[in-house]
Design a protein around this ligand. Sequence first.
Ligand code: BGC
Length: 765
Amino acid sequence: MGRLWHFLKVTLIAVVTTLVVIVAVLGVWAYAQLQPKDVTAGRAKWDVNMSLEAADAAALDLVSQMTLDEKIAQMHGEGFSRMMLSMVLNQTAAAVYAGDNERLGIPPLGFTDGPRGVICGRSTAFPVSMARAATWDTELEGRVGDVIGKEARAQGANYWGGLCINLVRHPSMGRAEETYGEDPWLMGEMAVAVLEGVQRHNVMACAKHFALNSQETARFKNDVQIDERTLREVYLPQFKKVVEHDVGSFMSAYNKVRGEWCGENRHLLTTILREDWGFPGFVTSDWYWGVYDGAKGVHAGLDIEMPAPKHYGDNLKELVEDGTVPEAEIDESVRRIVRTKLRFLTREDPMEYPVELAAAPEHTALAREVAEKGMVLLKNDGPLLPLDKAATKTIAVVGHLADAENTGDRGSSNVNPPYRTSALKGIRDYLGAGANVLHADGSDMAEVTRVAESADVVVIVAGSRHDEVGEYVVADLGEEDIEGMPSADGAGRLRPDGPEEKGSIVFRFPGQDEPIVMAGGDRVPLSLKGRDVTVIDTATKANDRCVVALVGGSVFTMEEWKDEVPAILMAWYFGMEGGNALARVLFGDVNPSGKMPLTTPRSESELPFFDEFADTSEYGPYHGYTLMDKEGHEPTFPFGHGLSYTAWAYDNLVVGTPKVRPDGRLDVTVDVTNTGDRAGEEVVQLYIGFEDSKVERPVKLLRAFDKVALEPGETKTVPLSVEVKDLAWYNPDAGAWEIEPMVYSVLVGPSSRTEDLLTAPFTVE
Ligand code: BGC
């Protein structure tokens, strides 16, 4: 008995000790994994502020000292385990590293996603890019970029994948929220603003997804057909612009363009990007399924495979060794990677980056300011808004999103702030004890009626969620868990039976055995879900003072309910401070000044053809306002539309340069007056008309804008200019941009609606 007891004791001690050791080893491993790498490693070795030429010379020299293994190590990410571990242990992402080489003093890339902030750690969650586009405020977007740059560095990153500048060809686009809208000019201006802010902190910005990644559900298979002129004039100008403003990097797209995967597309990655635009930086793949053939990728000009070496690892080494891939092509890629890293590494940091910077109070205050300035007052009959705080004794806040912490997609762009403020919380905190705030979540219509009847005013919060649109993936699930769910093979999804049926769909990615459940994708149809429309119908029957606050990242068609409500506010996915911002806009502490970066169509039939499950799609020259103009459609709300609590008058459009040379600049001024009784800000928009053109052109195109602040009764003469080179069209036969000498018109006003615009002619000689 005694022996047995002794044996059990010894065994128990051995088992416990082993477990303790395993846990300790795992703990040490996890701890080590989670430590950020030093993205400034090797800095001391180099001259300060290396020019491109100096960095290039140093890179050439380094390449000559590298073994093939060292070269290939520069060309792929170090894998996902750090990120996954952080997700499990910290419920937030960590930077993914690539290509450090201590021996040669080359720092790693430390990648973090965006665009609504920094996805690592507990960082500031800004409103989504679409909300920021609605500010039309490049100075403000520059400040957002500045904070993102600081927080990226504070989280151990030096590479920000948040410059998502795919055009919203159709508002169903699943990741519309991550971009700046339908217009390449507005998109390019906002992109430059944020990138300059980010790169000020020596964080490389990554422009993505190059190119034509304008739909989500079919992104792994869609083969976009497009003519060269449309490609250059409509879909790429914003990418070209960020190259002109020294963007560090590009990311290729998952889809195909004219039959070639974007990651293997030499026309995009080399002919256009390097040869035509002179981009000196490097290109990374979109993740996991961005490249299918290593040799083709390298030859096309794809420099780094992220986040791990599927095709750019030992298999690439073999391709070099057997002569399939010329080593000279590898050398070129590594040269581009290393010279870019050195340029950014050797710039002096303007400050230090302690982790406490993440979500610092001044950063979250900026998140609120942006949310306030991005909200768009679409409609305001009465006017019902702003609400009178003193007179509001009881307010009802209703709908399934009223109390939701709903800041947008939970795919790659998911920022995890320390807190989020729902609409209900924001309104409650704003009103304090002075008012009775009622809430109904919209699941019980009798309750909606009850609270709406007893309130002075009703705020209905409606819109979309992360599990309905975007890049959100639920998990890798076992076969038994997915039984009965609609499924699709690597080629795409099955069509669900009806719009309300659309939910999680099992998706088998190319090259992956485990099925993944995707809940996002494109948003089809564009209307609000039935649950929201029923709440609107119910609340408006009970109370005629109803405001609809729309939450989402793109537009909603609303002809079916728009006339039932006096006021509609596009609040967007409004970031961590959004509820507070919403309250301040509703009660008039902030006068709304946002304008729509998208056209709100009356019906989807007015939009370009969109097949969520497309194998192939045709992207033509017209969409958004250019299509509305061409077809003569009157949208529900035009591109550039947005009301204010004050009123504006435009007068006296003066063309200072009635005749300009092709290398010259058009200068105009316009008088804008605040004719109301509140201070406010107005976005002044300038479009160019091409009536006399010999080639087919849009009716008009946005070419300048400015945001001005005016006191009641004040008039400002607002100057606006356009470089004549920006009026060129791309002649595919000549392979060149051409400026037509002819009479153009300049149109200036508060939106893209022709009737709202003052117009005058000018001539390019
Ligand atoms: C997305 C990219 C993102 C990357 C890394 C991809 O699936 O398309 O936008 O940067 O994942 O998270």
